[in-house]
Every structure is written in structure tokens, then in C-alpha cells.
Design a protein around this ligand. Structure first.
Ligand code: SAM
Length: 353
């Protein structure tokens, strides 16, 4: 309701910013790719750089640099002094140098930008209608191992960025019960399995994933020399009656369940319960929308939900924790501990009822 208190002149400015947001976004992409941001930053100690100087250094037209910097200045990405010298603002600095912004920009541009055009169709059909811009699959997960190198790089950097950094802290929780066998459901590229083999000398890990992803994960495991401790199990959770082996001390799911609708999550958790003993611990690590301290973290999660709608599968999202707590109970699990990890993540530790 905050918006209602805006004066009309400010509200129209906000509305026009949104109307032209793709122009600002693509201008930013060009300023990054063409090296203009970096050059402006490098010249900061000389009091900035003019359009003519940028033009000479980068062999680009003054016209081209001019149109990009005009909109960047109005968007508070660069500033210009009286002698026409440009510098990066703090926002401009983050757009070129902040790691999380970098990962988000590349993911938005390479993976989502073209597909987002089909969002309204996805809302109507419940299918990821934008995915056809990348390839001919029912979900993006079937195509992960076949994406073009640039798109694949951006997808994996985005995925890894939001889990790698907390693995070490998460592993303290995973290994406090000294599990001998862990099932890593949605193990993706094998990063968690490999780092867990390094973390603990005895643990055996079974990665459970789609065939394409499993091949990639097991190849990475082999490169690291852990093929004797890491095995694989192929599954497609969207098929009827999926099942997983028994024998896990711990079932680990990191940023996995958000790839599914509520009904599908219930099916996955119920299937896991069938393979669990009373001692098995099931650990779910997620970034929940209602557990974020910073507004911009919540905003990124909301954008990620739109990616799920239009690109990934058409029916999943980033969830508030309360949805998971309800599904855990419905699946026959009981929540034993609710642990906050790092700035953004939560681990839900569950046992069979
Ligand atoms: C977002 S990634 C999880 C990444 C990893 N756990 C991490 O923390 O970085 C989701 C994983 O779920 C797998 N997945 C998605 N849909 C699936 C399905 N229908 N059946 C089996 N696995 C699936 C994907 O292949 C991918 O490895």
C-alpha cells in the first residue's frame, strides 16, 4: 500500500521505469560486454573519462557510446561532471563487479530474457512456454546437459552461487549424526557429493537424479577420484510411482524441492518416507521467501519463481517455509529441527512419524 502514498509525478516515473526496464537492462548488458563500465572504472583516479576518449580506446562510435551512457546516467548507473567525464555510481560499480549481481544478470540475460516474452502463455497453460527459446524439452532439467555453452554456464553459475557458499556450514549439520550413507537427491553436478567426500573420509553417497545430469555428476566424481564412494541412481520424479532404494542414513535435498509443484513435492516426500527407517534423517535445505532478512533477497526469490513458471517447469516456485511444513506433515514426516544456515538458507531436519 506504500505505493498509494506516492505523488502522481513520482508514481508515473516509477511506471515509466518499469515500462522501459528492458531498455535499461540491455543497455547495462552492452556496457558490460563492450568493456565500457570497466574502462570508466579504470579511469576513476583520473577524474573519469569522456565519450570521445572511450570511443578512441574501444574503437566504438561516439553515437553508440552516447546512447548507452545517456540512459545509464538517467538510471543513476553512471554520473557525468561538468566537463563531460563519466564515472560509475555505486550502482554502476555493483552492476559490473558484484558477484551476486553478476550471476543474476547473466542468468536473466542468457537463460531467461527471450523466454520471458511467453510468460502470459505460461500462466494460462501451466507449462514453461519460454523454454522453446532454448530447446525442445518438457522441463529445463531434461535439457540441462544439452544447453549451449553460454546458457549452460549462466544456469550452473546461478545454481551453484546460491548453494556452494553454504555447503561447509551445511555439512556440519549433515555430518553431526555421522552418516555412513547419504542419498543426495537432485545432486546435479556432484558438487555436494564431491565436497562431502573431501569433508569426511568414510561416507558413501548415492546421487539420485535424471539420467543426463547423473552422467555429468558421475563424470565429475570420477575426475576427483571418488568413484568408489559415489554411486548413482536414475530417476524421473515426474513419472508415475517413482521409487528410491533403501539404506540411507541421511537423505539430503538442497534447492531441489522448489523445482516441483506442491502435489509433486508431496509425492517425492512420501516416496522418501517409504525408503526410510526410524533412524533415517531427511534434510531439506531451501531459501524460503518468508525467511529473508533483506528485501532484495526476497525480490530475487520472487524473480526466480517467474523463471520456474516460464522457463523451468511451469508449476513450481520459491516457497514460504509454511508450505513445506504443511507438506512435511502430510507426507508422514515430523519436523525435528528448523535451522537457519548462512544469511539466506534454512535446513529442515525431519524423521519418519
Ligand atoms: C536446482 S538443481 C539442485 C542443485 C543442487 N542440489 C544444489 O544444491 O546445487 C535441481 C536438481 O533437480 C533435478 N531434477 C529436476 N527435475 C527432476 C526430475 N523430474 N526428476 C529427477 N531429478 C530432477 C535436476 O536435474 C537438478 O539436478
Amino acid at each position: 500500500m506504500e505505493n498509494n502514498s506516492l505523488k502522481a509525478i513520482d508514481a508515473i516515473q516509477e511506471a515509466q521505469k518499469i515500462a522501459c526496464a528492458p531498455f535499461v537492462f540491455q543497455a547495462t548488458i552492452s556496457l558490460r560486454k563492450l568493456g565500457i563500465f570497466s574502462l570508466i572504472f579504470d579511469r576513476r583516479k583520473k577524474g573519469g573519462i569522456t565519450i570521445d576518449e572511450i570511443s578512441k580506446e574501444l574503437s566504438l562510435s561516439t553515437y553508440g557510446i552516447g546512447v548507452l551512457l545517456e540512459i545509464a546516467e538517467s538510471s543513476n548507473i553512471v554520473s557525468k561532471d561538468a566537463s563531460g567525464k563519466f564515472e560509475l555510481t555505486t550502482t554502476g560499480y555493483f552492476l559490473n563487479y558484484n558477484e551476486t549481481v553478476n550471476v543474476n544478470i547473466n542468468f536473466t540475460n542468457e537463460v531467461c530474457y527471450k523466454g520471458l516474452f511467453h510468460l502470459d502463455e505460461s500462466i494460462k497453460t501451466g507449462k514453461p512456454e519460454g523454454l522453446k527459446e532454448l530447446g525442445n524439452w518438457d522441463t529445463i532439467y531434461e535439457g540441462l546437459s544439452q544447453l549451449t555453452p553460454e546458457v549452460q554456464k549462466s544456469w550452473f553459475e546461478f545454481d551453484h552461487h546460491y548453494s556452494d557458499a553454504v555447503f561447509t556450514e551445511a555439512q556440519k549439520i549433515v555430518f553431526r549424526s555421522q552418516p555412513k550413507t547419504i542419498f543426495d537427491i537432485g545432486g546435479n553436478t556432484g558438487k555436494f557429493a564431491i565436497s562431502s567426500c573431501k569433508y569426511n573420509d568414510e561416507v558413501a553417497i548415492k546421487i539420485i537424479d535424471l539420467p543426463g545430469q547423473l552422467n555429468v555428476a558421475l563424470a565429475n566424481v570420477k575426475k576427483e577420484g571418488f568413484e568408489n564412494r559415489v554411486s548413482g541412481y536414475e530417476i524421473d520424479w515426474l513419472k508415475d510411482n517413482p521409487s528410491i532404494p533403501t539404506g540411507a542414513d541421511t537423505i539430503w535435498m538442497c534447492q531441489f524441492l522448489d523445482c516441483f509443484s506442491e502435489d509433486e513435492i508431496l509425492k517425492i516426500l512420501t516416496t522418501c518416507v517409504k525408503s526410510m527407517t526410524d533412524e533415517t534423517e531427511l534434510l531439506i535445505m531451501e531459501t524460503f521467501t518468508d525467511r529473508q532478512r533483506f528485501d532484495n533477497a526476497k525480490f530475487i526469490l520472487e524473480a526466480t519463481s517467474i523463471y520456474f513458471t516460464v522457463m523451468a517447469n511451469g508449476n513450481s516456485k520459491m516457497y514460504p517455509a509454511e508450505v513445506f511444513l504443511k507438506l512435511i506433515d502430510k507426507a508422514g514426516l515430523v519436523l525435528k529441527e528448523d535451522i537457519s544456515v548462512g544469511e539466506y538458507h534454512t535446513i529442515l531436519s525431519c524423521k519418519k512419524k
